[in-house]
Design a protein. Structure first.
Length: 205
C-alpha cells in the first residue's frame, strides 16, 4: 500500500473545501492563551507571544534556506510564499491543525506563528524524511486518511508527540492528536496508526 501522497511538499495546492482561508497574521492573539483547546489538545501556535526582535532575513526549512518574508508575516505565509505547500492553509486561525509544522522538535500551527518569532529549524511533513517513514506507513495501513488534506499536519503532530515520548497511553495520544481536525476519516484510524507506531518504537528500544 502506498504512502499518503499529500505529505509531499512542493507541488500545486489542492484548494480547501468549505473552509474560508484567513490571513494568519490577522488572528494572532494579543494575549497568551491557555495553549489548549476545549478538548485539552495543544494549541501551540496560538499561544506564541513574545518580545519583538530583529527579524532574521532567512529561515531554515526542511534543510533549505528560504526568505523570511515581510514583517508581520505568519510562518505559513512564508512557507507557502516560498513554494512549500506541505503545510496546508485551511482555517488560518489555529483551530484545525492543517498547517502544523515542527519548529525544532515542537509542533506549531504555522498560520498563527509569526515568522519573526521562529528561531529554530522548521520541518514540514515533506522534510520529516525517514524519521516518519513508519508513521506514513501506519497511516496507510490503518486507512487513516481519505482526501489527505489534513494528513501532513497529522503526521507532523504525531511525529512531535512521539519524539516527546513513545510511552503514551491511547487516551494520551488521542488527546494530543485531537487539535488536528479531519473531516474524512473519523479519528479512530488516526489514533490507531499513531498507537501502532508508538508500540513498534517501544518494542525496538
Ligand atoms: S490553517 Fe492553521 S490551524 Fe487551521
Ligand atoms: S483525510 Fe480528508 S480531512 Fe483528513
Amino acid at each position: 500500500m502506498g504512502e499518503p501522497g499529500p505529505v509531499e511538499g512542493r507541488r500545486s495546492e489542492r484548494p480547501s473545501r468549505g473552509v474560508p482561508a484567513r490571513r494568519g497574521r490577522d488572528v494572532v492573539p494579543d494575549r497568551p492563551s491557555s495553549g489548549r483547546n476545549a478538548a485539552g489538545a495543544p494549541l501551540e501556535g496560538r499561544a506564541v507571544v513574545g518580545p519583538p526582535r530583529v527579524q532574521a532575513e532567512h529561515l531554515r526549512v526542511d534543510g533549505d534556506v528560504v526568505p523570511a518574508g515581510a514583517p508581520g508575516a505568519s510562518l505559513l505565509e512564508v512557507l507557502r510564499g516560498a513554494g512549500i505547500f506541505a503545510a496546508k492553509q485551511a482555517c488560518g486561525r489555529g483551530e484545525c491543525g492543517a498547517c502544523t509544522v515542527l519548529v525544532g522538535d515542537r509542533a506549531v500551527m504555522s498560520c498563527t506563528m509569526p515568522a519573526a518569532l521562529v528561531t529554530g529549524e522548521v520541518t514540514t511533513a515533506a522534510g520529516l524524511g525517514d524519521d516518519a517513514a513508519d508513521l506514513r506507513a501506519a497511516f496507510a495501513d490503518h486507512a487513516a486518511f481519505q482526501c489527505g488534506f489534513c494528513t501532513p499536519g497529522q503526521v507532523v503532530r504525531a511525529a512531535a508527540v512521539l519524539r516527546e515520548s513513545v510511552d503514551r497511553s491511547r487516551d494520551e495520544i488521542a488527546r494530543e492528536m485531537s487539535g488536528n481536525i479531519c473531516r474524512c476519516t473519523g479519528y479512530r484510524q488516526i489514533v490507531d496508526a499513531v498507537c501502532a507506531v508508538a508500540e513498534s518504537r517501544q518494542a525496538a528500544r
